[in-house]
Design a protein around this ligand. Structure first.
Ligand code: PEP
Ligand code: MN
Length: 345
C-alpha cells in the first residue's frame, strides 16, 4: 500500500511517519512528485493497517497497490524516473544510445570501438568484462583486466560505461569501475545478486530474462528498488519463442507495456533481440518508434573476428548509418512521446 501525504504536510510529519513505519518492521520509500508526495510501504501489510495509517498526522489517505510489483509501478510513482549518468539523462527527452562490443577483448579493439561510437554520437560505452556464456567453452571475458580497459576508454572518450556483473561477490569490484551495472538476462532472477546491486545505489540496468513475463521482470526490479536503489532502468532484449530463424524474438510490445505499467526507463537491445546484424537497424528503429528511452547496440571493429556475438555486431560504418536513422525516427516521434501532455500513459 502507499500513503498519500496531505498537501502542505511538514517535514517533521514525514520523518515521524518513516520512523514509525520502521519501528513496525516496514520500510517507507518516498516519491515526491509535482502533484503529490507518496510513501510506499513495503513489508507484510494487512488490510487493517490502512485505518491505522490514516490516523497519523500528515496523511491524506492510504491506497492499496493492486499490482504485485509496487515500487516499480506507476501507481506508486506517476512521473517518469530520470537517471543522470555524467552528462547523460536516461528517461528524459533524448533517446540514449549505449554502444560497444559484446565483450572487451583487447585494448585496441575497445579503444577503437569507443572512439568510433563516440564519433557517431553514442552516449554510453558498453562492453562485457564478465561474460555469461551458454557454453563453458566460449570466451568468458577478461575479468578485472577488462574493467581496467573500460576505465581507460572512459578516460579517453569521456563516455560513461555500462558493464555486466554476474555474481554477488563481484558487485563491489565491478561497481568501482562501472557507471551503470548491468544485470543480464540469465541473472534476472538471481535474487541475491539483485539485492547486492540494490545496495550499491549505483545506476543499474535489468535485462529481461529470456523466458520471463513482464510481471516476473517487474518483480525482479522490486528486489533492486526495495534496497533503496531507485536509479534503475529496464532492458528488453528479446524472448524465447518457437521461432528459430532469429536468436530471440524481440518483443517490441514490451516497450509501451512497461511505459504504461512502470515509471522506470526502458531500453531496447535489438542486437540480442534478433541475433542478426541486418535486423538490428529495423528493430532499433521500431523500438524508438514504440517509445523506447534508449538503445543498446553491439558494435565491433571486425565482426567476423569477434570473440563473441559477431553475427549480431554492427561495423563502425553501419553503426554510423544507424545513428542517423535513429535521429530521424526519434525526431519524428518526439511529439508523440516526449511532447508536453502527449505522453502515452
Ligand atoms: C550482453 O549484453 O552482452 C548480454 C550477455 O546480454 P543478455 O544478458 O541480454 O543475453
Ligand atoms: Mn552480447
Amino acid at each position: 500500500m502507499f500513503i498519500v501525504m496531505r498537501k502542505g504536510y511538514t517535514e517533521k510529519e514525514m520523518a515521524d511517519i518513516l520512523d514509525r513505519l520502521t519501528q513496525m518492521g516496514f520500510t517507507g520509500h518516498t516519491s515526491k512528485g509535482v502533484e503529490r508526495t507518496v510513501i510506499g510501504v513495503v513489508g507484510r501489510t494487512y488490510p487493517e493497517l490502512k485505518d491505522t495509517l490514516e490516523m497519523w498526522p500528515g496523511v491524506e489517505e492510504v491506497v492499496p497497490i493492486s499490482k504485485p510489483y509496487k515500487l516499480s509501478s506507476r501507481e506508486f510513482q506517476p512521473h517518469d524516473t530520470r537517471i543522470k549518468v555524467g552528462d547523460v539523462t536516461i528517461g528524459g527527452e533524448e533517446v540514449v544510445v549505449m554502444a560497444g562490443p559484446c565483450a572487451v577483448e583487447t585494448e585496441e579493439q575497445l579503444l577503437q570501438t569507443a572512439r568510433a561510437v563516440k564519433a557517431a554520437g553514442a552516449n554510453i560505452l558498453r562492453g562485457g568484462a564478465y561474460k555469461p556464456s551458454t557454453s563453458p567453452y566460449s570466451f568468458r571475458g577478461l575479468g578485472e583486466e577488462g574493467l581496467k580497459l573500460l576505465d581507460k576508454a572512459r578516460q579517453e572518450t569521456g563516455l560513461p560505461i555500462i558493464t555486466e556483473v554476474m555474481t554477488p561477490q563481484d558487485v563491489e569490484l565491478v561497481a568501482r569501475y562501472a557507471d551503470i551495472l548491468q544485470v543480464g538476462a540469465r541473472n534476472m532472477q538471481n535474487f541475491i545478486l539483485l539485492e547486492e546491486v540494490g545496495k550499491t545505489q549505483k545506476p543499474a540496468m535489468l535485462k529481461r530474462g529470456m523466458s520471463a513475463t513482464i510481471q516476473e521482470w517487474l518483480l525482479s526490479a522490486e528486489y533492486i528498488l526495495a534496497q533503496g536503489n531507485r536509479q534503475l532502468m529496464l532492458c528488453e532484449r528479446g524472448i524465447r519463442t518457437f521461432e528459430t530463424y532469429t536468436r530471440n524474438t524481440m518483443d517490441v510490445s514490451a516497450i509501451p507495456i512497461i511505459e504504461k505499467l512502470s515509471h522506470l526507463p526502458i531500453i531496447a537491445d535489438p542486437s540480442h533481440g534478433t541475433g542478426k546484424w541486418y535486423l538490428v537497424a529495423p528493430l532499433a528503429l521500431a523500438a524508438v518508434a514504440a517509445g523506447a528511452d534508449g538503445l543498446m547496440i553491439e558494435v565491433h571493429p571486425s565482426p567476423d573476428n569477434a570473440l563473441k556475438d559477431g553475427a549480431q555486431s554492427l561495423t563502425f560504418e553501419n553503426f554510423e548509418r544507424l545513428m542517423a536513422q535513429v535521429g530521424m525516427v526519434a525526431t519524428s516521434v518526439a511529439p508523440i512521446y516526449r511532447g508536453e501532455g502527449l505522453k502515452m500513459n
